[in-house]
Every structure is written in C-alpha cells, then in structure tokens.
Design a protein around this ligand. Structure first.
Ligand code: NHR
Ligand code: GAR
Length: 223
C-alpha cells in the first residue's frame, strides 16, 4: 500500500477518480493528504468529506516562489508520501522542490506531450487544426511539462469541437489514465532510472499508449 499526497488547485475531478479507484479496490494506495495552493479549491471539500487530511498553502501568502515551494515541502513532509501527484495543480514548481521528489512526483497534462506544454492546450490544439489530441502522465522534472512521459491516451478531435467539448472528452480519459499509471507505480512496475522511464524493468522507447475506448466499459481490463 503506497502513501500518496495530492496537490490540487481546483475542481479535483482527477483526485476524485483516484479516490474512487482506491475505494473500489482497483488501486492499492492511501491518500495521506490533499494540499492546495487555492483555499477555495472544490477538491478540498471532497477530500475532507472523505475523511482525508487537507491543507492550504496559499501562494499569495509568500513573497516569492522559493518561499512558497519550501512551505509546500514543509506541508508535505509530515505525511511521508511514497508518491506526490499533481492533479490539476496550477503553480510552476522550482527545481529545488522538484529534485526533492525525484522519481516520486507525477503530473497529468492534457496534451500529447511533448506537444502543447503549458496552459490552454485544448484551444491551441483546435486552433492549430490538429486531428488528434489526448492526455499524458509524466514524471515531473524542473523543465515544465518536459519530464519523461510514462503513458498517454489519444482521442480524435472532431470537426465541430470547441475547447470545452474537447476538454470534457479528454477529462474522461484522464480519469482512467491517472489511476492506471498510479497503479503501476504502486505495484513497483514503473520507475525513473537515469531520466528514463522503466516499466517492468525495461526502459520505454516511447510512452505506453492506453486505449480505454471513448465510452469506457473495458476499464477494469487495463489495471
Ligand atoms: N513544475 C515543474 N517544475 N515541472 C512541471 O512539469 C510542472 C510543474 C508545475 C506544474 C503542471 C502543468 C500542467 O500540467 C505542472 C508541471 C501550471 C502552469 C503555469 O503556467 C503551467 C503548467 C502546469 C501548471 N502556472 C502559472 C504560474 O505562474 C499560474 C497559472 C494560474 O495560476 O492559473 O505558476 O499544465
Ligand atoms: C485537468 O484537465 C488537468 O489535466 C489539467 O487541469 C484539469 C484539472 O481538473 N491540468 C493542468 O492544466 C495543469 N496545469 P481537475 O481539477 O478536475 O482534476
């Protein structure tokens, strides 16, 4: 059973998907704490209702990013996590923070990395006329959205998509992909070795592409 700390900034639907996978025994993990930089993040309420420890480290209370990062680190440490997951976490983290969690810090990003790093990915994907989009789970390194990618899920961009519709379809993929990849970590199947992702002891030449279908009834097969 791994201990997990989740960092969120908003709605927390990815966190909810992880908690659901834990509750249905598909994911052998325990959420030790949920920490948000945003005191009004809805995800804090959900976690608290589930009996999980919550903390706020508001970036506005700190003079600069270094002080925020170290306060975040001090908030996380008492929970002694095996893994820290970013789940819609919206603050860029400095190298000192990131390096303290080398190989234990994951992010889910709504694009097919290395394409479309950063924010507003759905609108940029549509604007560029892409036909394919998706979501990636990667180890976090100091380079923003630049860490080694573990797995991705692809979806098609439809001719009449707008950013909201596209984001909603990507989100249903996120809710399946993140628990699956965290499950690999919990099982000791995935690790970071010399900046390369190893799955079952073999370095990945490219991210694992998972296919949950656009509906999702074959979900359990993939854990
Ligand atoms: N930190 C590092 N060092 N490396 C990564 O790969 C990170 C990271 C922090 C967050 C998530 C990322 C995403 O999935 C993430 C990956 C925030 C921004 C951003 O520009 C960009 C990417 C991500 C998260 N944040 C603004 C900032 O100034 C604030 C934006 C806001 O508050 O709305 O920090 O997309
Ligand atoms: C998700 O789509 C996640 O991939 C994205 O924000 C959403 C958070 O939703 N993350 C980022 O863009 C990080 N910069 P959630 O709060 O409901 O999980």
């Amino acid at each position: 059973m791994i201990r997990l700390v989740a960092l969120i900034s908003g709605r927390g639907s990815n966190l909810q998907a992880v908690m659901d996978a834990i509750n249905t025994r598909q994911l052998p993990a325990e959420v030790a704490a949920v920490i948000s930089n945003n005191p009004t993040a809805a995800g804090l309420q959900h976690a608290s209702q589930a009996g999980i420890a919550i903390q706020v480290v508001n970036h506005r209370d700190y003079p600069d990013r270094r002080h925020f990062d170290s306060a975040l680190h001090r908030a996380i440490e008492p929970f002694a996590p095996d893994i820290v997951i970013l789940a819609g976490f919206m603050r860029i983290l400095g190298a000192d923070f990131v390096n303290q969690y080398h190989g234990r810090l994951l992010n889910i990003h709504p694009s097919l990395l290395p394409a479309y790093r950063g924010l507003n990915t759905h609108a940029r994907v549509i604007e560029a006329g892409e036909t394919e989009h998706g979501v990636s789970v990667h180890f976090v390194t100091p380079e923003l959205d630049g860490g080694p990618v573990i797995a991705c899920t692809k979806i098609r961009v439809l001719p009449d998509d707008d950013p909201e519709r596209l984001a909603a379809r990507v989100l249903t993929q996120e809710h399946q992909l993140y628990p699956a990849v965290i499950g690999w970590f919990a099982a000791g199947r995935v690790r970071l070795h010399n900046q390369q992702v190893c799955l079952d002891g073999t370095p990945l030449q490219q991210p694992v592409e998972l296919d949950f279908g656009e509906s999702s009834c074959e979900k359990s097969r993939l854990y």
